[in-house]
Each structure stands twice: as C-alpha cells, then as structure tokens.
Design a protein around this ligand. Structure first.
Ligand code: SAJ
Length: 441
C-alpha cells in the first residue's frame, strides 16, 4: 500500500478502517500520527494551542530526521485539533471515515519533589476518549506508565463510557524509538503489543502496519512492565559504566580503552561513562518501577550513581583550574545526549548550577539548542577568556573543533572531555591540558 492509497474497508470488524485519533502530539505522538497517516486519515489532538496552530500551518514543532518529508507526504490526511471532541465532530461532519481508533501518547513526567509518576495527562486524555468512545472502537495507550495503570486507571475510566461498556478493544503498546532517530526506529524496531484479549491484540497489530519489525503480543500488564525494565536495564548499565570509569581514574588507566577491550568478550557489552544520564526516559522510568516497592535497592542506587556524575565532573574540573571566584568555565553542549536538541533532565543543568554555586563563571554553548535554563552563547563568546572547556554533550560537531584556533582565545588552554570524543594528542599538541572523565592517566 503506498502512502496515497487509503485502505479499502477492512474484511473483518477487527481492523481499523476508520480515522485514527492520536492524543498527544509530542516526540512520540506526532511521528506516530504521521506514520499512521500514510495508511489512513488521522486527526491529532494536543492541548497546546500553539503546537496545533504550528502544525496547521504545515510547520513542525521540533526536528527529527525524516519527519519533515513524512509530514509533507501526508499533509492531506492529517489534521490537528485542540481537543478530542473537536476532532471527532470535525470528522463526523465531512467525507472522512468516522474515528474508530484512539491512540494516547501523552507525557508522564515525574512530579519534581515527590519523584512520583504524574498520570494526570494520561487520565485527562483517557477521559476525553471515554466521552466519545463507541462500540467496536479501539483504544491504544503508548505513554510510559507504572505497571497496573491499565487495570487501575485506564479500563475503569473507559468502561464508564456507557456507549462502549465492554465492547471496545484495548491494548498497551509502548514505543522504543530513540530520540534523534525516532522515525526510522518506529518503523524498524520490533514492538510489543499488550492487548486485553485476542481481538484487541489483532486490532493493535493491524494498526501498526507501518512497523516493519516483528510485533510480539502479550497482555497489558506485561507490556507496561517490559517498557520499564528495558529503560531501567539501560540506566543501571550506564551506572555500572560510570562506576568503572571512576575506578579507572583511581587506578590511573584509561577506562574507555579497558571497556572497549572488555567488550571484545562475546558476552560483555559495557556502556560508556559520561557526565550523567538525561532525557525524559532513563532518569524517570526506573522510578515508575521502584515507586511502589521497598525492595529495589540496585535500581535506586544506579539512579544515585548517575545523578552524582555531574558532581564528579565538577571535581575533575576543580583539579584543572584555579579555585574560583573569577575562574571561567565553558560548557560545550547542554542537550542530554549528542545529536539531539532536547535538554530534558540533561546533566548539563545540574553541572552548571553546581559550578555556579562554587563560584565559577559559566558560559554555555550548544549548536543545536535554542533555549535553556542557563543563558546560551555563541561559540566564540563562550570560549573567550575561558579557563577550561567542559565537553558535556557528545555532539558530532565538537569532534571537529580546532584546538589550535581555540587556544589563543582562552585565558588558560584546558579541557575536560566527559565523553571521550576529543583527540587528546591533537589537543595536547595545541597546548591544551586535557583530562578525560574515566581516564586516570
Ligand atoms: N548515556 C550514557 N552512556 C551510555 C548511554 C547513554 O551516559 O552508554 C546517557 C546519554 O548521554 C543520555 C542518557 O544516558 O544522557 C540516555 O540516553 P539513551 O540513548 O540511553 O536513551 P534515550 O533516552 O535517548 O532513549 C531511551 C532508549 N531506551 C533504550 O535504549 C533501552 C529508547 O529506545 C527509548 O525509546 C527511549 O529511552 C524512551 O523514550 O523510552
């Protein structure tokens, strides 16, 4: 089926033949809506009126490789609205098939102080779907939620819908796309579908026809748990890599070299040490698991190891430069990881605040980020008169920096590379004192 052909009416009542309503047009909901629009009409819903207006004008609220081309190819089959009610009414009033599938991909942040999952957006979205849900309709939840949310919150809310009591399909289907490569990963990654019954599983599998990876089916509770253990596994393993890095510093060896050699073992896959763990997932999802448990010490300890890496980074800087006040630092990169413009939960935020509290003057530069909690400077202004560069984000752009051109602009040619991306010899030849996190030499 090409992007221009719309599906013929489904042979069984179990396939989505109608318009799909995607609630939540963020980093996951929007790419999902546009991929679904390759095969059917899609209405998108987001409470952010500015985002809806931007999309209505044919503009994207954020960049992802391939997203602009995808948007252009489905512009005539995707319409954004500010509420589910408006979207459903609009479809009923025209030639498009009525909405028969609702996909919820709203954010589930941690409440800052309480560090408890905030399910308000999911609850509000599910309630708005319950108001319009009809017999035979399907509901798909993609938002990351604590295990049991389907049973405790989602199904009871949907079953309040008098028109659809017990006659709707439901599945929990988490996404696995990595920011910075979302569209490609959404198409090619394998996927887990957790349906409440066989018909729901079949309905969800049919919906994800854009997925070229294998789709595995289970029940909602298991699917909720799978999503969380995937990310928790990664967070714990980043913490292990960070701990290996700190030990390597103590032993006076290059931890990254050791990890690279250890990974030659067929059953070893140690991750990379860094200045901390950011993004809207890894710092958050483990707490969705540990919140209701008093027996998850390893998971909580790994969170603590990762969250103290900005402090460790500052200790390494302290050894490189004169004591503050008056010492100037240049933070290179504030995005949570290389190649993205996303600063959510970025370790850079904690590092900058800690450094300022110790009396350092901090300037920050990131070629991909437009706004940040700390003022951002262009590169030249950020390095002018600086006592130390601190590479926090592994943006590819930083690998090509010319130390020979940078040194004269600085007061003191020193650099702390927390990601192991600078050519240490080249920078030393240009007169820089270079330290690398996880390298004790
Ligand atoms: N990090 C390290 N060292 C590493 C790997 C990562 O310090 O070896 C840091 C990164 O710099 C970053 C943070 O961890 O600050 C998270 O980066 P990431 O690439 O590990 O994760 P995300 O948040 O970009 O994407 C993850 C992915 N989950 C897994 O790889 C298991 C992605 O597949 C998920 O879809 C995504 O979380 C999500 O949205 O849940």
């Amino acid at each position: 089926m090409t992007g221009t052909d719309l599906p013929a009416s489904a042979s069984s009542s179990n396939e989505a033949t109608g318009t799909v309503c995607v609630v939540g047009l963020g980093y996951i909901g929007l790419p999902t809506a546009l991929l679904l629009a390759r095969d059917r009409h899609v209405v998108g819903v987001d409470g952010d009126g500015e985002r809806v207006a931007t999309l209505g004008e044919g503009e994207l609220p954020f960049e992802e490789p391939g997203l602009a081309e995808l948007f252009d190819s489905v512009r005539d089959r995707f319409d954004p609205f500010t509420s589910v009610g408006k979207a459903v009414t609009a479809v009923e009033g025209d030639s498009r098939p009525t909405v028969d599938t609702y996909l919820v991909a709203t954010p589930t942040p941690l409440d800052g102080v309480a560090q408890v999952p905030n399910l308000e957006h999911v609850h509000a979205a599910v309630e708005s779907v319950a108001d319009v849900l009809g017999p035979g309709d399907a509901v798909i939840l993609e938002s990351t939620v604590p295990p049991g949310t389907t049973e405790r919150l989602v199904l009871p809310t949907l079953e309040r819908s008098s028109a659809a009591r017990g006659e709707f399909r439901y599945a929990y289907c988490p996404e696995r796309a990595s920011p910075g490569d979302t569209v490609r990963e959404m198409v090619h990654n394998e996927r887990v579908v957790g349906g409440v019954d066989e018909e729901s599983r079949d309905r969800a599998v049919a919906l994800y026809e854009f997925v070229e990876g294998e789709i595995h089916t289970t029940d909602p509770l298991c699917s909720e748990f799978v999503k969380l253990i995937e990310n928790t596994y990664r967070d714990v393993n980043v913490a292990l890599a960070n701990e290996f890095g700190k030990l390597a510093e103590q032993y006076g060896l290059d931890g990254r070299e050791a990890i690279e050699l250890a990974n030659e073992h067929p059953r070893v896959d140690i991750l990379s040490p860094g200045p901390g763990v950011g993004g809207h997932c890894l710092p958050v999802d483990p707490r969705f698991l540990t919140n209701l448990s008093d027996d998850s010490r390893l998971i909580s300890l790994a969170r603590e190891v990762n969250d103290t890496m900005p402090v460790h980074t500052l200790r390494l800087v302290d050894e490189l430069v004169p004591d503050p006040p008056g010492t100037r630092l240049t933070v290179l990169g504030v995005a949570y990881k290389g190649g993205v413009d996303d600063t959510r939960e970025t370790p850079a935020r904690r590092f900058v605040r800690l450094a300022q509290n110790e009396g350092y003057e901090v300037r920050a530069h990131d070629p991909r980020v437009e706004s940040f909690s700390h003022e951002l400077s262009d590169f030249d202004a950020a390095v002018d008169g600086s006592d130390c560069l601190v590479v926090v984000t592994d943006h590819p752009e930083f690998e090509d920096l010319d130390p020979g051109a940078i040194a004269p602009a600085m007061r003191r040619p020193a650099a702390l590379d927390t990601r192991g991306i600078l050519d240490r010899e080249r920078w030393a030849d240009a007169g820089f004192t270079v330290r690398r996190l996880a390298d004790g030499r």
